[in-house]
Design a protein around this ligand. Structure first.
Ligand code: SAM
Length: 440
């Protein structure tokens, strides 16, 4: 009886030498899979196939393979091979390959088109698409590149990998991890970037969700656009924390002159630059951006204002962020504000962190004439409902809808959560949330 393989992995490699299988062999060896034992099998992905990291294939396993290879012995010529796998929501799918003279992008694009066409022909919905490719420029004589899909069913026992965050001592949030992309213990925190099945790529710090590909736009648009569009003309902006770069990219949708990002942990920015491009869209390289690696408390003590808008994009009040949720800190924030200025701060979950919401409100209240709380729905944050606190100095916290609409029209790029109507509605608080502020 033939059992269909369930686990699929992708790899690619390249090498000098005219033996067209050298590169492929090297790629497999680099993956810890002992000897070349490939068999070219069908290009239909078995139903229920799951992508697993290459390292999960046991050393020495016999792996049936689909592969693409390209080779040449013309010095200066670039050759590339690409394999693309598409899966439907129920894990059925196809694998297509492309190889020849050209770049990996070109070969990937051809193979992608083939996958898309194969799905269309079969009337299947394309849910996930994965690609690997390699390219090589011939130096002296001969080279080879190879991209391969390996699959097997020896991993039946492989336990699911889950990341969980303790929302409270009695409630947890969990996501099934497809692959850990990055992990580092910096002097401040454990930084993890993982690819998940449900929420795409995610940034976790110290076991706590910071941002996910699926819903970070809600957090960043609401933290940034609410104060930036209430202010009549913000020119100089400070972001406290924000090392993932999402708030930075969102601020740059406005015609600002300077954005300073004060982040205590340089490693968060490094990791984001390498792996979170879809969050920051290379905002760190914008000439209007100034990066400062320092504790925000110390930075503000040394007076770098005045800022028109200050955005508090920090971790929750534990570890290095503890001092930032205090009355002393907001005193410093105020001293660094322009005469007409706004501050917005992420301020916790009304459901599961009511004490954070109230504590932050109490810390800000003595310093600001105007204060308001607003809400947004963020599924990966504790309780799914998140609060932001808005404070103003010489600027009102409300604006008529036509004013917001006029300013919104000038925003560069699109939004996916924020609209002037959503902005207005976000300030309408249910009584249980209002009660938190009265206690505060
Ligand atoms: N959206 C996120 C959330 O609330 O879940 C916040 C994301 S952002 C990555 C938070 C950043 O604040 C972290 O990179 C952390 O290093 C930084 N941070 C924490 N304490 C800080 C401090 N005292 N000064 C400057 N940055 C700080």
């Amino acid at each position: 009886m033939v059992t269909l393989p369930k686990y699929v992995s992708l790899t690619a490699g390249h090498a000098e030498g005219i033996d067209d299988l050298t590169a492929f062999d090297n790629a497999l060896k680099a993956a810890g899979i002992a000897d070349l034992n490939l068999v070219k099998v069908s290009s239909i992905v078995p139903q229920g196939a799951r992508l697993v990291p290459l390292r999960d294939f046991p050393v020495g396993s016999l792996v049936p393979t689909v592969y693409a290879q390209a080779y040449s012995d013309v010095p200066g010529q670039t050759v590339a091979a690409a394999v693309v796998m598409g899966l439907s929501p129920d894990g059925r799918g196809v694998i297509m390959e492309s190889h020849g003279v050209g770049t990996r992008e070109e070969m990937e694009a051809i193979a992608r088109r083939r996958v898309e066409a194969a799905f269309q022909e079969r009337g299947l919905e394309l849910h996930e698409i994965h690609a690997v490719s390699a390219e090589h420029t011939v130096q002296k004589h001969g080279c080879a590149v190879a991209a391969a899909v390996l699959w097997g069913d020896e991993l039946e026992e492989l336990p699911d990998q889950w990341l969980t965050e303790a929302w409270t001592p009695d409630a947890r949030f969990g996501v099934r991890v497809r692959e850990e992309v990055f992990s580092l213990r910096s002097p401040y925190q454990h930084i993890q970037i993982v690819d998940t099945f449900q929420f795409g790529r995610m940034l976790w710090l110290e076991g706590t969700v910071q941002a996910s590909e699926a819903d970070h736009f809600v957090y960043h648009e609401m933290l940034v656009h609410v104060p930036m569009l209430l202010h009549p003309g913000p020119r100089r902006v400070l972001i406290v924390g924000g090392g993932d770069g999402g708030a930075l990219a969102t601020v740059l949708q406005h015609p600002v002159e300077e954005v300073v990002l004060v982040e205590i942990d340089r490693e968060v920015v490094r990791a984001a630059q390498a792996y979170l491009q879809s969050f920051h869209h290379n905002a760190f390289e914008d000439p209007r951006v100034k990066l400062v690696y320092e504790d925000a408390f110390t930075y503000l003590e040394n007076r770098h204002g005045p800022f028109d808008v200050i955005l508090m994009d920090t971790t929750d009040p534990v570890g290095p962020a503890m001092r930032l949720f205090t009355q002393d800190f907001y005193g410093l924030v105020k001293q660094n504000l322009a005469h007409a200025a706004l501050v917005s701060a992420q301020s916790g979950s009304p459901w599961l962190q009511p004490e954070v919401v109230a504590r932050n409100w109490r810390a800000m209240k003595p310093h600001f004439e105007h204060l308001a709380l607003y809400l947004a729905s963020i599924p990966t944050y504790p309780g799914g409902l998140w609060s932001f606190t808005l404070a103003g100095r010489g600027v009102r916290l409300e604006a008529p809808l036509p004013v917001l609409e006029e300013r919104f029209r000038h925003l560069q790029g699109k939004t996916r959560y924020y609209t002037p109507q959503v902005h207005q509605a976000a300030f309408v608080l249910p009584p249980f949330v209002q009660a938190l502020l009265q206690e505060g």
